[in-house]
Ligand binder design. Structure first.
Ligand code: UTP
Ligand code: MN
Length: 504
């Protein structure tokens, strides 16, 4: 048989091995077929040999045994027309995939788990599922936020607002699992390039559970989510929301105040048994200012102030905006900055000197300084902690009205500063060691859900542990070095996602 195949090969296709006889087959559940159309004969030949050398079974003919069909460069309609012409009995039983699944599998040395984004769906079948003529197929959405490009432009706000209210209410009830499920559903919708047109549009989307789908359906039918409206009227939700809007008050404290029968700030401030900590005291003292959103122009005015203080302490240090403003948001609840020092160890003592400078300038209203507890020997940490180990500080600074130069209108200043010549703003600073800079920058840019999915993807899909300090490869038991965020995405075999596309 080998002889025949060999002879056949020689005669008809001199550059393709017709049977796989030399390499051992490692993955018995997967039988590949590479579509030659558009890929070209020589590339197909090269990829065939590559896959076989890694233990994949590759068939040259599109037979009933083939489980995975891989195509490169073919438009979905064109590919499916061709597949249908092949007179296969059940072409729909095969995974029809784009080349990304193949290249990821080659670099992983094994078949990577199939995700929606790998599939090339039959456009005709999709049109049947959702007859609306304007609807685009929403078939290539990844279940991981770090594989979706999510800008601040949200075409599905009516759905995501409702889902987020429900998520927050679950969080207030201590139901973390359901909170995360609703947040994930909202995040998937935020990544879509168009608005949902009908309930069926959600059919191919990952991460949407029954509850989330029911909310979407209700909005299509009634124009609003009754469940979300009920929550917004609920006394417990409203009180928890009010209390946890105070700097230093988390859901636990908010809940304990609620159960003690307190409903307003006045109730809290006049209750003699309540002892506020330093952070909460500042939170109430500057509540009016810091509960107001910070605008982009205010954020950049603060950048100038922080830069001036930092370079005064170390002229080779630089300052970058992180958090929501780096992702292109127009407003934030605070302004986050990362300080970059060019040499290892230069971050020591930096933040306390910067804080002293703010104090001497009389613009420091509150400061909570945290010294570095970073120790590479204690990493990697299997359980992700919300707090990282870098030197950092949580501040309230005074921003003077005339420091905000880039303002759109006089009304904006009047509204924000309300006849005073300054306002209070929450500012966070972090100063990591230079070898950790890329990890800290990535971790502090957010969004929180984007970061969460980066870590989940690293762990589940790549066997690596990621946090704000390191990327650790479990297979080789090594820490992977990175100078830039691009390096970290590359280590994870992920396409680079710009900060402006991380608003998951
Ligand atoms: P923020 O809470 O400031 O969120 O944290 P944000 O995205 O900027 O949103 P707004 O606009 O202020 O409301 C920014 C990022 O920094 C991370 C958070 O996880 C988030 O992704 N962070 C914050 C840390 O990694 N460690 C910290 O100690 C604090
Ligand atoms: Mn922020």
């Amino acid at each position: 048989m080998f002889q025949t195949a060999f002879l056949t090969r020689k005669r008809r296709r001199p550059d393709i091995n017709f049977t796989q006889v030399h390499e051992e087959v490692k993955f018995r559940d997967v039988t590949l077929y590479l579509v030659e159309k558009r890929m070209g004969k020589s590339r197909r030949n090269f990829l065939t040999n590559l896959a076989r050398s890694k233990g994949f079974l590759v068939e040259n003919m599109l037979s009933g045994h083939v489980t995975h069909v891989v195509s490169e460069g073919n438009a979905p309609q064109e590919l499916w027309n061709w597949l249908e012409e092949q007179n296969l009995r059940e072409p729909h039983n095969k995974h029809v995939l784009n080349i990304s699944w193949f290249t990821e599998s080659m670099s992983a040395g094994e078949p990577v788990p199939l995700e929606m984004r790998h599939y090339i769906l039959n456009p005709a079948a999709e049109r049947k599922l959702c007859p609306s003529p304007s609807s685009k197929p929403m078939s290539t959405v990844s279940p991981y936020a770090c594989q979706r490009r999510t800008t601040i432009e949200n075409h599905n706000k009516v759905f995501t607002d409702a889902l987020e209210v429900i998520a927050e209410s679950s969080e207030f009830s201590g139901n973390q699992g359901s909170c995360l499920a609703f947040r994930r559903a909202a995040s998937v919708l935020k990544s879509l390039p168009v608005a949902l047109k009908c309930t069926e549009d959600t059919q191919h989307l990952p991460g949407l559970g029954e509850h989330s789908k029911a909310i979407i359906e209700e909005i299509f039918e009634c124009g609003a989510s009754l469940k979300a409206q009920e929550i917004l009227r609920d006394e417990r939700y409203r009180t928890m929301k009010l209390f946890s809007s105070v700097f230093g008050v988390g859901p636990k404290t908010a809940e304990s105040w609620y159960y003690r029968g307190l409903r307003t700030f006045e109730d809290v401030l006049t209750e003699p048994t309540i002892k506020l900590n330093r952070m909460q005291t500042a939170g109430f003292m500057f509540y009016e200012d810091i509960s107001k959103p910070v605008s982009r122009s205010e954020a950049y005015a603060l950048k100038t102030i922080v830069e001036e203080a930092v370079t005064c302490v170390n002229s080779s240090a630089s300052v970058n905006v992180i958090g929501g403003f780096r992702r292109g948001k127009e407003f934030g609840h605070d302004v986050d900055f990362i300080i970059r020092v060019p040499e290892p160890g230069q971050e020591d003592g930096l933040l306390s000197a910067v804080i002293d400078r703010f104090k001497s300038q009389n613009i420091l209203l509150y400061s909570d300084f945290q010294e570095s507890t970073f120790d590479l020997r204690r990493l990697p940490n299997r359980r992700f902690e919300a707090m990282d180990h870098f030197q950092k500080c949580f501040l309230i600074l005074k921003l003077k009205r005339d420091q905000v130069t880039d303002i759109r209108s006089i009304d904006e200043v009047r509204e924000r500063f309300q006849c005073r010549d300054w306002r209070a703003v929450r500012v966070d600073l972090v100063a990591p060691p230079i070898e950790r800079y890329a990890y800290a920058l990535l971790g502090w840019t957010g969004s929180t859900l984007f970061e969460r999915d980066l870590r989940r993807f690293a762990r589940l899909e790549r066997g690596k542990l990621l946090d704000n300090h390191v990327l650790y490869d479990k297979a080789t038991k090594t820490f992977l070095p990175a100078d830039t965020e691009e390096d970290i995405f590359a280590h994870l075999g992920l396409e680079y996602i710009e900060p402006l596309q991380r608003n998951a």
